[in-house]
Design a protein around this ligand. Structure first.
Ligand code: GLY
Length: 559
């Protein structure tokens, strides 16, 4: 087990403020899921019960993003200052092998790692719901799952987001008859606003509430899953499901000025990247610089941390991740020394690898309850509607998380991310993730944030955190236009409005390629508790119409 870098030791015991928030705040990507969380808070549950309710509800109402067939990371912070990170990342099946997605000629068969049963890793989300509820919640699991069961039985409303993502995936999904029956009724996608019932997932959730972990991972249901996956060409065995457990890990903690940041350890690549970004940028007085100069330095820092992601990061239970080095200010100083303020470093000058992005999905939600407990949760089935396969009688999509491994060193995955040996496929290993649920504990403000977006999650969370640290409101944080660099492709992606023409010209003059994005990205969900006046704020990303933000202090109004 590696030790954390000494930067991470610059942390004082978390002080539980005597004062409590004047209400609870939830931000999720779907108002039906936010309502499920509010219902559980009203029933006496805490933020962690609400997290279970929202996670399960999202499995029903946002099948494109996450679900019982996928995994996720739960970063939980109790009002006594203790914190944990529940790693419910999917695991490679025991029959998986390093070259399983290589064709006879040695090239990568990306279709197999993305579409169909062979792309599915062993799901972790059901196991997380049980552990979070039992260890951290106040209510029985069956009660926290009740709103999700009701959504599945009575039907949920098909959203614009469900529809947009289906537009991208319908052709593949149509090949799975159980999925087609629920999500392509009459052979075509439902109209926005249509009510979609899913009694199969309701039954799976009810069994989970009654019998816990074993209802999913052992016995008849587990065998049904294995048989379904194998019949569709997959390699799962009953041992894969029997042996699955979440791993509780220490969150990464680091200090920024007088504030503490808790974030995601490996197999997330996001937390250590945040530490390194802040370390590199600590050597500059960004506040005194003009915007193009600031963006240039942030981009140079992004370039370097994404290179390190590709080279060093993988499942810490399988590879020795050099966390101490990557989090060290001395290491950051070395990286900083290679940065010129007047010139972009071509990525080819740094050893490493990559390419372009496909449509991605994943989902994040953030909660602060009225006692000051906090949950930041990001969960996923990887690409929209996962691998496009549903096993009959289950009601959930399977993930295609095997594509988050480095299927071949240097060959980019769906997010254009490359990897090396550290993230190579091994039986029982967790693929590297970019999911980065993060919590800020400041003297004056406490916040939880995160986002979907594959490789762009890390830079979104970095920009979001920077904005919160600068005093922005939750709405300002989720609204600000974004920019992104991930080492390869060697370009700065920008959303409309992120940089003026003049600023773009200044970056181009330094040698950067500036690539305006065809569409905005992300779906950030932020909650903030102002400890000075007790107020809470929740904001959902306007890019998907701000659908799931609300707080009890404002009467559970969803913006
Ligand atoms: N599947 C996206 C991620 O975990 O980064």
């Amino acid at each position: 087990m590696m030790r954390l870098g000494w930067l991470l030791v610059l942390v004082w015991p978390l002080v539980a403020a005597a004062q409590k928030p004047d209400g609870a705040a939830i931000a999720s990507a779907n108002k039906q899921a936010t309502a499920a969380g509010m219902e559980i808070l009203a029933a006496g549950g805490n933020a962690f019960d609400a997290a279970v309710a929202i996670s399960a509800a999202l499995s029903v109402v946002e099948p494109e993003s996450s679900g019982l067939g996928g995994g996720g990371f739960f970063l939980l912070h109790r009002n006594d200052g203790s914190a944990t990170f529940i790693d419910a990342r999917e695991k490679a099946p025991l029959a998986a092998s390093r070259d399983m997605y290589l064709k006879a000629d040695g090239t990568a068969d990306r279709d197999k790692s993305v579409n169909g049963a062979l792309a599915a890793a062993i799901p972790g989300l059901p196991a997380a719901l049980v552990v979070v509820s039992k260890k951290y919640g106040r209510l029985p699991l069956s009660e926290s799952l009740r709103p999700a069961v009701a959504l599945a039985q009575k039907g949920f409303l098909w959203s614009e987001k469900n529809a947009a993502m289906m537009g991208w995936r319908a052709e593949k999904l149509a090949a799975s008859s159980p999925a087609r029956k629920i999500f392509l009724p009459g052979g075509k996608p439902p109209a926005v606003g249509a009510r979609i019932r899913n009694p199969d997932i309701a039954r799976v959730l009810q069994a989970l509430g009654k019998d816990g972990h074993k209802s999913f991972y052992t016995g008849r249901f587990a065998q049904q899953l294995v048989d379904g996956v194998r019949a569709a060409g997959g390699i799962w065995t009953i041992e894969d499901l029997n042996q699955y457990r979440v791993v509780e890990r220490q969150p990464l903690r680091f200090a920024y000025r007088d504030q503490e940041i808790l974030t995601s350890p490996p197999p997330s690549s996001g937390g250590i990247a945040l530490v390194a970004l802040f370390n590199i940028l600590a050597g500059y007085d960004l506040a005194t610089m003009e915007r193009a100069g600031q963006v240039h330095l942030m981009v140079e820092a992004m370039r370097r941390v994404y290179r390190d992601r590709a080279v060093y990061l993988g499942d810490p239970d399988f590879v020795d991740v050099p966390l101490e080095m990557l989090s060290s200010p001395f290491y950051a100083a070395g990286l900083r020394a290679s940065i010129r303020t007047d010139k972009a470093t071509p990525s080819t000058m740094l050893p490493g690898v990559t390419v372009a992005s496909e449509t991605t999905d994943t989902t994040h939600f953030s909660i602060i309850d009225a006692d000051g407990n906090i949950a930041a949760v990001t969960q996923t089935v990887n690409l929209p509607y996962g691998n496009a396969v549903m096993v009959a009688g289950t009601g959930f999509m399977l993930n295609n998380e095997m594509d988050d491994f480095s299927v071949k060193p240097g060959v980019p995955n769906a997010f254009g991310l490359i990897g090396d040996d550290a993230n190579a496929i091994e039986p029982g290993k967790r693929p590297l993730s970019s999911m980065t649920p993060t919590i800020l504990i400041g003297k004056d403000r406490v916040a939880a944030l995160g986002a979907p977006g594959g490789s762009r999650i890390i830079t979104q969370v970095f920009l979001g955190l920077t904005s919160i640290l600068a005093g922005s409101t939750a709405t300002e944080v989720v609204t600000q236009p974004r920019f992104h660099h991930q080492f390869e492709p060697d370009q700065i992606s920008i959303e409309p409005g992120a940089l003026s023409e003049v600023e773009q010209a200044e970056l181009i003059a330094r040698g950067s390629k500036v690539a305006p994005a065809e569409r905005p990205w992300g779906n950030m969900q932020v909650v903030i508790w102002n400890r000075v006046d007790g107020s809470v704020e929740a904001a959902s990303d306007p890019r998907w119409k701000n659908v799931g933000a609300g707080s009890t202090s404002e009467g559970s109004i969803y913006r």
